[in-house]
Design a protein around this ligand. Structure first.
Ligand code: RB5
Length: 145
């Protein structure tokens, strides 16, 4: 699976922790920024990451900001993106199984690194269940039309 990751200044430290973990798992990830601790605007990074997915360069994406909230709001404005803000393992699993989330949003100022990694692993390792959930996800996507 090819992933793309991005953060603003508020999520840059957790982004590095997640990248290290992905490398240890042998999962390919491209980093769409930000690359310094200088203040930047999270919608710019959210759009960059989401475009990598909608352009077919990555299968799924990870976005980190202080709370994950701004990233999730911005990402869900991009056509084709289903971004899930996750603060627990159960929600992360369900966001894949029921909602087929193609982006996960995490908050560096909310989560400790251990919990963030458990959330990420659950999200990475869970497949979409399809069936009745596919009909519902299709209805979400139809809202964009
Ligand atoms: C940046 O200070 C902060 O607002 C941002 O990282 C994020 O938490 C927004 O939702």
């Amino acid at each position: 699976m090819k992933l793309v990751i991005g953060s603003d200044h508020g999520g840059i430290h957790l982004k590095e922790v997640l990248k290290q973990h992905l490398a240890e798992r042998g999962i390919e990830v491209s980093d769409a920024g930000t690359y310094t601790e200088e203040s930047c605007d999270y919608p710019d990074i959210a759009v960059k990451v989401c475009r990598e997915i909608t352009d077919g360069n990555a299968e799924r994406g990870i976005l980190v900001c202080g709370t994950g909230i701004g990233m999730s709001m911005a990402a869900n404005k991009v056509k084709g993106i289903r971004a899930a803000l996750c603060g627990d393992v159960f929600s992360a699993t369900m966001s894949r199984e029921h909602n087929n989330a193609n982006v996960i949003c995490l908050g560096e100022r909310v989560l400790g690194p251990g919990l963030a990694l458990s959330i990420l692993d659950a999200w990475l390792d869970t497949e979409f269940a399809g069936g009745r959930h596919e009909r519902r996800v299709n209805k979400i996507m139809a809202i964009e039309e």
